[in-house]
Design a protein around this ligand. Sequence first.
Ligand code: SF4
Ligand code: SF4
Ligand code: SF4
Length: 470
Amino acid sequence: MPNFIKPILFRTKNNISYFYDDVSQQVFHLSTKKEISDIKMIISEGNTDSLVENSRIFKLKERYNLFYRSKAYLDLDNIITNKKKKGIRQLTLEVTANCNLRCKYCIFSDYYSNTRKILTENMSEVIAIKAVDYFFSYNIEALKSNPVVSPVITFYGGEPLLNFKLIKKVIDYSNENYKKYFGDIIYSITTNGTLLDNYIINYLIDNDVATYISLDGIGEAHDRNRVNINNQGTFLKVIEKIKLFIELEKQREYVKNKFHILCVYDFKDSILKRIVKLSSNNIVGSRVKRISFVDQENTTFFKHFDFNKAAINSSRDLWCLYTKYKNENVRRIVETLYSEYLLIMSNRILHQTKVTKGCCIPGYDKLYVSFDGKFHACEKCNNHHPIGSIETGIEYSKVKEHLQFFYELHNTKCYLCEISNLCDVCYKHFETNGSELSYDEDICNRQKIKHKGLLSLYYSKKEIDLECRL
Ligand code: SF4
Ligand code: SF4
Ligand code: SF4
């Protein structure tokens, strides 16, 4: 017997009402008070029994099969087997668990529970080479059924440049042994930038390594959170390295546009001022690739201020930036920010993987190898739920355990949930310090609030931007 899934009623900034139906994944415009009250009525009654037969909402329900959903029964083995054939897209190596900074919002800091912590260990060459061999051997096999496998290796930490010697070894080794199978191998690194020097920068440029440097803003906006072990801000040092990078790029006629700036926003100052200042800076303005928000789950980082108020102000500021500022860099940054968060809305028809939702199949979309040679789903996960190791390879039974958790969640909670096809929670949200994943209702409640806000934002944007391709 299918269950009633309540629609989400929302209003845009222009005061126009819509409802979202998660069963069909469609949004419908509401043009009369009667239609709005019909939606309110079915939400409060938990069924559609009182809808009048010739009403528009009733007709929409009949035509598009809205509001009722059954459980899904899926063959998990089949899902994994199909995924395995495609190869592993990305290998991320935790070349070190150490870092020379102590950024205040770092997910490895004490503000976050259930995450791994900064340690002094580096990955050894033996472990790195075994991981690389496993990754490429797997993908060479996958070439038989997927000739377009295009392997990516990413270097991660802590601060990966603390173990630059190993990064160099991995790149040189991979190019020498595996380029013949795949053509150019794609490399990338995310760094705090402080350890860059002429030699490292030239090596990264020569080897086409996409380099992402963290810079949160200009001066104090960066220094407030991104501090060294002695609690001193790092802005001056990072900007000096960015200038050096740009200078060396120019000398090498490096035009592949592989050097980018990543910015993290903590909601404590005005995002409007921060973006305007960053965008107009002639050194970094055109390089800002992405602004992301400080991770809001399982943290006490926000305990000293009114996060909800700050989030509302930020949303208002972003809307103002989007609608009023014509500066090219401002528009690009805001567009990127919007597209990242709104993409799930525009892609929702494609998002019908049901059980796994937006989740990866651990190990087969991304393979994260920690410094000790254990395999994990990705860099955002803690180290308590490995899915294999350089000794065992990816362990099918552990991958299945992850999927099984979501499968059970789906068939007990998600199939009744009004944002099931928008929800972007994954394994990392339900990790614990033990070996089990564990459901947390607060996370789901925040998801519902978030997606209602995003629906409103997305449709507000659509109303004023007819060219909007999001
Ligand atoms: S540089 Fe990265 S890993 Fe190091 S403290 Fe800052 S956020 Fe954490
Ligand atoms: S964040 Fe979640 S879905 Fe994305 S790769 Fe990591 S575990 Fe998979
Ligand atoms: S919010 Fe929770 S119940 Fe709803 S789909 Fe996401 S994980 Fe499932």
